[in-house]
Design a protein around this ligand. Structure first.
Ligand code: NIG
Ligand code: FE
Length: 398
């Protein structure tokens, strides 16, 4: 076992609320002039550089700042094809309704395994280059037994956080046979996909004729839970709807989008804040020119909040967590510190993980390094590539 001491950290954000000697304002557990000892991919020690124990080797980050790597807890990376024309049309006033998903389904079905694998690999590299160290990946552009299972097999080559989203939309060949498609999703498709997935998700959205109703979504989630999967929901994205309350009722780990929330939805999320995280995806509102979710209202009420990219070909083809943070601060009323926490420890909670998102001994040494003196620069310098996943010398990927 060899150990590495990481030094030259001008400012370290740990998110560890118990770290001795740290600045605990805004719950960031901040240290200046810090060091971290990494052993076998795990954190062995965190503290002031002047007190660091000896290690086998040293890696100096040259006076930069370090934060927990971003946890992008919502993405749809397994797809082929190009829908940029759909984006251009939206920018001239066309409304998003999920109908374009069928285009990605056609292109994804037509792609070879190697093509899909290469596309996912490029997107993951983009993410790491912007500071993301954990990513959740959904299926949902296959929508047949074979193509959903294939999407999950490829996703599993890159992450353990795989999500079965056979209930993304009703595919065109089932359009007049919705009940038959739901039966397929909870029957043969779930049997093929459950062993390849950790989670199940459903697009529950009354504003989209392509998505699923409350009753259909409940059926899908119940079947997924019976098959041993954790639950996630796409809800309240395009308008008010039942998604949030259904997610809370079923004990989902996360309900994602949460753009249109009633007082009842808010109260349900507050009551469920230990169980269900509200994951906000402002890149989708940016790219569909929609109103942003009101993060301030959620945080002030006591809801658990996460941030993620939703990287997908339709509503947000951005893999950038720093971009999401900048939107959250500029457009959604979050402080820079709240945004960093939501994109790390908050999104880790939405994946029910406590080995990531907080830098403390025993946790994974998943770190992002910033070409900046402070985490504040993440939202202060939008569009500037200051964040990247720290590659520990001698260790490959994660
Ligand atoms: O999270 N809303 C449903 N699913 C994706 C968009 C998928 C697509 O348009 O390709 C989302 O926004
Ligand atoms: Fe999504």
């Amino acid at each position: 076992m060899t150990s590495t001491v990481i030094t030259g950290i001008a400012e370290l954000v740990t998110n560890d609320e118990h770290l001795e000697g740290a600045d605990h304002s805004e719950h960031l557990g901040r240290l200046s002039d810090a060091a971290i000892i990494v052993q076998d991919g795990l954190i062995a020690w965190v503290g002031p550089a002047s007190q660091a124990p000896a290690a086998d080797s040293r890696q100096d980050v040259g006076g930069r700042s370090v934060i927990p790597g971003f946890v992008d807890s919502h993405s749809h990376l397994v797809f082929a094809g190009d829908r940029s024309a759909e984006f251009a049309a939206r920018m001239t006033g066309v409304t998003y309704d999920g109908g374009g998903i069928a285009n990605s389904v056609n292109a994804t079905r037509a792609a070879s395994d190697d093509e899909l694998r290469a596309l996912v690999g490029v997107r993951i590299e983009e993410m790491r280059a912007q500071g993301t160290t954990t990513v959740e990946i959904k299926s949902g552009y296959g929508l047949s037994v074979e193509d959903e299972a294939r999407s999950l097999r490829i996703a599993a080559e890159f992450t353990s956080e795989t999500t079965f989203l056979g209930a993304h939309v009703v595919p065109p060949e089932f359009v007049d046979r919705r009940a038959e498609y739901v039966a397929l999703v909870i029957g043969e498709m779930l049997s093929a996909c459950a062993p390849l997935a950790r989670w199940i998700d459903v697009f529950c959205e009354p504003r989209s004729a392509h998505a699923f109703t409350e009753d259909e979504a409940r059926e899908v989630l119940s079947a997924g839970r019976d098959a041993g999967l954790g639950l996630r929901v796409h809800g309240n994205q395009l308008g008010p709807g039942p998604g949030v309350r259904l997610a809370v009722e079923m004990g989902a780990a996360s309900v994602d989008h949460c753009t249109f929330l009633s007082e009842e939805d808010l109260e349900a999320l507050v009551a469920a804040s230990d169980t269900t995280v509200a994951t906000l995806l402002p890149g989708a509102e940016f790219s569909t020119r929609s109103r942003y979710p009101d993060a301030r209202r959620l945080l002030d009420a006591g809801v658990s909040v996460a941030l993620a990219t939703d990287c997908n070909p339709g509503t947000c083809y951005s893999s950038s967590m720093p971009f999401v943070l900048a939107l959250a601060v500029r457009e959604m009323g979050m402080t820079p510190a709240e945004a960093v926490r939501a994109a790390t420890v908050g999104s880790a909670k939405s994946l029910r993980r406590n080995d990531i998102g907080v830098l403390r001994p025993g946790n994974r040494a998943d770190l992002a390094v910033l070409d900046a003196p402070s985490y504040l620069h993440l939202s202060y310098r939008p569009g500037v590539p200051i964040a990247r996943a720290l590659e520990e010398r001698g260790r490959h990927g994660s």
